[in-house]
Design a protein around this ligand. Structure first.
Ligand code: SME
Length: 157
C-alpha cells in the first residue's frame, strides 16, 4: 500500500500548526512519520553541531550518537546537501551500521535559508524500500517541518 504523502503532509501541518519549539516539533515530526510510513525500522533526526551530526529525536533502536559530516550515508548527504537514496546499504562504502536489520535508506538534508541544520534519516529492513515517489514525499514533509521552525529561533537546544 503506497503512502499517501499529501494526506500525511496535511496531518503534519495540522500537528505543527502554531507551535514554534524546534525540539517539540522535531519529536512530533519523527513520531508521525514513523507511524505513517510502513516497513521502516529507524527514523530520526541528526542535528548539525559544528562538523558533526549529533543524534536527535528518533524512533527505533538506540543509534550511534555522532556522525562526522562526510561519513556514512547521513554525513555524505549533509556534505553534499542533497537527498541520498540507497537501495542496498551493503553496497554503500562507509555506511555506518547502527541496526544490522537496515538494508535501504533515504537521508534528506534539512536546510533553513540555505544553511544546513541537520538531516532526516529513514531506514528500512527491506532492500530498495524507497522509490522516487517516497523521496519526493519525504522531501515535502521535511519542507513542512522546516517551515514550522521559521516561526521560532529555528535552533535545537
Ligand atoms: N545509516 C546511517 C547511520 C545512522 S543509523 O542508520 C541510525 C549512515 O550510514 O549514515
Amino acid at each position: 500500500m503506497p503512502v499517501d504523502y499529501q494526506s500525511l503532509n496535511d496531518q503534519l501541518a495540522a500537528l505543527l500548526a502554531g507551535e514554534k519549539d524546534a525540539l517539540a516539533n522535531s519529536a512530533n515530526f519523527v513520531g508521525l512519520l514513523y507511524a505513517g510510513i510502513p516497513n521502516v525500522n529507524w527514523l530520526g533526526i541528526y542535528v548539525l553541531r559544528g562538523k558533526e551530526l549529533v543524534l536527535g529525536p528518533f524512533q527505533g533502536l538506540p543509534a550511534c550518537v555522532r556522525i562526522p559530516v562526510g561519513q556514512g550515508v547521513c554525513g555524505t548527504a549533509a556534505e553534499k546537501r542533497e537527498t541520498l537514496r540507497v537501495d542496498d546499504v551493503h553496497e554503500f562504502a562507509g555506511h555506518i551500521v547502527c541496526d544490522p536489520e537496515s538494508r535501504s535508506e533515504v537521508v534528506v538534508p534539512l536546510l533553513i535559508h540555505g544553511e544546513l541544520i541537520g538531516v532526516l534519516d529513514i531506514d528500512s529492513p527491506q532492500p530498495s524500500r524507497f522509490s522516487e515517489v517516497d523521496q519526493s514525499g519525504v522531501e515535502l514533509l521535511c519542507d513542512t517541518f522546516l517551515q514550522s521552525l521559521l516561526l521560532g529561533p529555528g535552533e535545537f537546544i
